[in-house]
Design a protein around this ligand. Structure first.
Ligand code: PMT
Length: 405
């Protein structure tokens, strides 16, 4: 699985560094090529000799060898890697990565890397929970880096809580999974809708909903990581999506989303409608701000077009159409109804009755139902993880669809 994959590991100063030789061993056993950069403080926790012996490559900490003068190009190393894994990633390094500070060799390599970046934080619980660390991690994730979230447990300080580096076996599995799905959708074209729509009442007010776009954006990233070209029609959101293979088409209203989705639908192999589209819009948008001179106003709403339904009508036999369903009650019954009436191949049902699921959260819990009557449950997990699992599932379903055609 990892044969010939070039994996660059960046080690920073944390006690968890003592576990990295195990990870290196696992990767080398799977025939990956491993190179290592480490900060000076990482050397206090794990020996470069151990790492060089296990990786079968010299370990780098400096831009040049002070005795021989040999130049270790950070650019070459950054470009060499298929994946750059920074583990353990200290709070200090996370902060510098966030702000583009390049005051050591590892950070210059980081700034030169064009490959996917994974990072596994390790630190004491209070450092991990500090707002500045949280902000840095959020920004790195928004940048498209893959967080290998720390676990909770006993820490080297004797305190107990979040901050333990993900175990080497789990990191190894994440890397394997990354390469396994990497090319699943190579050359496929994917259309995704995500986020809310805003339906203008007047120039300053609108009807909207609580969708942040997180779920759909994670779906887009998962497909892109798997080699697909993604068109993401994105409603108003504070998320910034600057990601290889994803073209973003920002829209505001349901009508704009409808136009954009229809314009791109014919060329898509897989269509995933995860947006929370407003079902109704004000019949008329006032040209100036409505003044509060009267006690009440009537707002007449008219129905918006149903994008998923329209795509279901237009769908050809080679296309795969997935919709989401957000329910609060009679969840499964409503979801089956949507699957059938909108002619989707798959409905991903999430319920606001489930804690941690639905709008705004970083996690979700869903039940997938398909046209051929099957049902698969995905327990509560991060939206990133779920997106990854959903695209694997869609891969299975599209394979079945082709086999039955
Ligand atoms: O964005 P997040 O904060 O991460 O939250 C994620 C989410 C909860 C928005 C997402 O997981 C989700 O459930 N999206 C669908 C929400 C929704 O509007 O569900 P619905 O049951 O009302 O619609 C069913 C399907 O029809 C959806 O695929 C929807 O995109 C589509 N639809 C609905 C109305 C409409 N006019 N056109 C549509 O295409």
């Amino acid at each position: 699985m990892l044969k010939g994959k070039k994996i660059l590991i960046g080690i920073t100063g944390s006690i968890a560094a003592y576990k990295i030789p195990l990870l290196v061993r696992m990767l080398v056993k799977e025939n990956a090529e491993v190179k290592i950069v480490m900060t000076d403080s990482a050397r206090d926790f794990v020996s470069p000799l151990t790492l060089a012996t296990l990786s079968k490559n010299p370990v780098f900490s400096e831009a040049f060898d002070s005795i021989t003068g040999q130049w270790n190009s950070h650019v070459d190393l950054g470009l060499w890697a298929d994946l750059f894994l920074i583990t353990p990633a200290s709070a200090n390094t996370l902060a510098k990565m966030t702000h583009g500070i390049a005051d050591n060799y590892l950070l210059t390599v980081y700034l030169s890397a064009r490959c996917p970046v994974f990072f596994a934080p390790a630190m004491d619980v209070d450092m991990y929970q500090h707002q500045s660390t949280k902000d840095n991690i959020r920004k790195l994730v928004q940048r498209g880096h893959h967080l290998l979230a720390p676990t909770s447990g006993e820490l080297a300080s004797g305190l107990c809580g979040e901050g333990r580096m993900m175990e080497p076996e789990a990191i190894f599995n994440e890397i394997r999974r990354h390469f396994r799905t990497k090319q699943l959708f190579r050359d496929k074209k994917i259309l995704i809708s995500a986020g809310p729509t805003y339906e203008a009442i007047d120039p300053v007010r609108y009807i909207g909903n609580h969708s942040t776009g997180k779920m759909g954006v994670e779906m887009a990233k998962a497909f892109a990581n798997a080699g697909a070209s993604v068109k993401l029609v994105l409603g108003p959101t504070s998320l910034r999506v600057d990601y290889p293979l994803i073209e973003v088409f920002p829209v505001t209203s349901a009508l704009q989303m409808y136009e954009a989705c229809l314009a791109f639908s014919a060329e898509a192999d897989i269509l995933v409608m995860s947006a929370a589209v407003a079902d109704y819009r004000p019949e008329k948008m006032e040209e100036t701000k409505i003044k509060k001179s009267v006690e009440s106003i009537d707002l007449k709403l008219v129905k918006n077009p149903d994008i998923l339904k329209k795509l279901g009508e237009l769908k050809n036999e080679n296309q795969f159409l997935a919709g989401f369903a957000l329910e609060t009650d009679n969840e499964l019954e409503n979801a089956w109804h949507k699957l059938n009436t909108k002619k989707a191949d798959l409905i991903v049902l999430n319920s606001l009755a489930d804690e941690g699921a639905g709008f705004g959260t970083d996690t979700n819990k869903v039940i997938c139902i398909t046209k051929d009557g099957t049902q698969r449950n995905f327990e509560l997990q991060s939206k990133r993880e779920l997106a990854h699992n959903l695209i694997q599932y869609i891969y299975e379903l599209t394979g079945k669809k082709q086999a039955n055609a």
